[in-house]
Design a protein around this ligand. Structure first.
Ligand code: ME8
Length: 509
């Protein structure tokens, strides 16, 4: 059985989860669910990034201890994960004792391997990014992401010899053109490496809220080193008593947005090289969801509320909308109006009505049971085409293309109803066989298509299958025509995607 390890970034808990976080988690979950359907041994990791000055400062402002603060906010991210129906195999927190122990042993390995030295750091630091900036990278003296003034820092630190890895990194990029997707991000990361690398500070003297360096416990590990290691530390303690690394390492896909490309495509692989570990196979750098042109972010505050969308339209509407409206990989504007529009046009009309109409006709014309007939050959062929395309696209994390391929079948079935007009066939007893074939095709085609869509629409897929009289099996082998057993009762359903009168208001409309 193939194993598939995939990760999302671990999110900062300095504020509440927003749609941007839900987006990466939903995308990764869609992949995880799909690969489970295909019988792969999936390990899907997400979680929270809890150390660093950013959290300590907000905690202090609230009069809380950092631990109490991160406990509360990590729980909000955990709830978000559940609310979007994500199914991680482990939810990591960087305050887990298992993670802390792993970070310490990894740092010791880096040091033992000669990649760590002591020096003095002087520079501009943005707490929002938890990163150092060069003067020339600032915009009018302000952080390009946060619009805040970075602070001047000078302290004695331990450094990671990143510069020593330039050649090896370049060789890795050149030997693995699929290492970073899409290609534009690959080029960006490669040229960053080619432009020359400076060593990076791996510890901070002035910050207490972090993992103490094993050899200099008065310093804490720079939060990005601590955070990146989550992907590897989870392997060591997610299943007590079992080292998961031999089974899952390295990750097949790591998902993230372009804001943290450099950390993942440059520092992270260099750290792994320094510890003589295998690098992740591929990084998927998706774009930003933007609201009226501006990147959504907690620090900027122009967020679109995923929970409001879920309350109004249901979780599948959120998942579908995010992966359908913005081509996965690129940037895209989102709005409550667009959610409203796609929900009604595609989920309610194309898919929901198809299920309602077909099951109602089966009730009316053939006693509410699956007719004994075969699936139409053209529909069966279209299902095969879609099955191959959905599988191929999801494998490449081309999630929008995968949805489009599955939707071809939904559209075909809608045309099939109109063209074959079961209501006309039902009037002529001599055409009973033809009617049976048409209704079987509609039931079975919708069933197979639902299996294709199940990773995208995890709440609705089981309801649709039940409505059609199909069993709950989502195994990929079911995504083929002719599996619906004749004679099964077709219970039908309440509307799957009921009308919502008004779009949500607020910032995005
Ligand atoms: O950077 N559009 O955490 P973070 C798309 N803790 N995706 C978005 C988004 C948007 N507008 N906003 C956020 C951190 N994201 C670090 C990561 S990993 C070792 C440490 C998603 O809370 C996207 O995946 O700022 C982005 O990379 C991530 O959230 C940043 O989350």
């Amino acid at each position: 059985m193939a194993s598939a390890y995939l990760t999302t970034p671990i999110y900062y808990v300095n504020a509440q989860p927003h749609l941007g976080h839900a987006y990466t988690t939903i995308a990764a979950d869609t992949y995880a669910r799909h690969m489970r359907q295909r019988g792969e041994d999936v390990f899907f990791l997400t979680g929270t990034d809890e150390h660093g000055d950013k959290n300590a400062r907000v905690a202090a402002e609230r009069g809380m201890t950092p631990q109490a603060f991160v406990d509360e906010n990590s729980a909000a991210f955990r709830r978000m994960t559940d609310d979007v129906l994500a199914t991680p195999d482990f939810f990591i927190r960087t305050t887990d004792p298992g993670h802390i122990a792993y970070v310490q042993s990894f740092l010791q390995t880096l040091k033992d391997n000669g990649h760590v030295y002591e020096g003095v750091y002087e520079g501009l630091y943005c707490t929002g990014c938890e990163a150092f900036y060069k003067e020339e990278d600032l915009v009018d003296g302000l952080c390009p992401d946060h619009g805040t003034k970075p602070e001047w820092l000078q302290e004695s630190n331990w450094f990671f010899r990143l510069s020593a890895f330039q050649e090896r990194l370049l060789a890795h990029f050149d030997a693995n053109p699929g290492f970073v997707s899409p290609a534009s991000r690959f080029n960006e990361a490669r040229s960053f490496v080619a432009g020359g690398l400076e060593d990076v500070s791996l510890s901070r003297a002035s910050i207490d809220w972090g993992v103490p360096l094993p050899w200099a416990p008065e310093q804490t590990c720079y939060v990005w080193f601590d955070a990146l290691l989550n992907y590897r530390s989870a392997m060591s303690y997610a299943r007590p008593g079992e080292d998961l690394a031999p089974r899952y390492w390295p990750p097949r896909w790591q998902l993230l947005a372009k804001d943290i490309l450099k950390f993942h495509a440059v520092i992270w692989p260099a750290m792994l090289m320094g510890a003589e570990m295998e690098l992740p196979e591929r990084l998927m750098i998706h774009g930003y969801l933007t609201v009226r042109e501006a990147k959504m972010s907690k620090s900027v505050g122009n967020v679109l509320d995923p929970f409001a969308v879920i309350d109004a339209y249901g979780v599948d509407a959120l998942r579908y909308y995010l992966l359908r409206d913005v081509r996965f990989g690129g940037d895209g504007g989102i709005s409550y109006d667009a959610v409203h529009e796609r929900y009604h046009a595609e989920l309610a009309n194309d898919l929901g009505n198809l299920v309602s109409r077909v099951t109602a006709m089966v009730g009316k014309y053939v006693d509410g049971r699956v007719p004994d007939a075969a699936c139409d050959a053209d529909v069966a062929a279209a299902v095969e085409t879609a099955r191959e395309a959905v599988g191929r696209h999801v494998g490449e994390l081309e999630l929008t293309e995968a949805l489009e391929a599955a939707w071809e079948v939904v559209r075909l079935l809608n045309r099939f109803v109109e063209e074959r007009a079961p209501w006309t066939l039902a009037k002529d007893p001599d055409r009973a066989d033809e009617l049976a074939g048409v209704l079987y095709t509609l039931l079975d085609g919708t069933r197979a298509c639902t299996v294709l869509l199940a990773a995208f629409l995890p709440a609705s897929a089981p309801r649709i299958l039940a409505a059609l009289g199909a069993g709950p099996d989502l195994d990929w082998s079911e995504a083929t025509a002719g599996r619906l057993p004749a004679g099964a009762v077709v219970p039908g359903t309440e509307p799957l995607f009921p009308r919502v009168e008004e779009p949500l208001g607020g910032a995005a409309s």
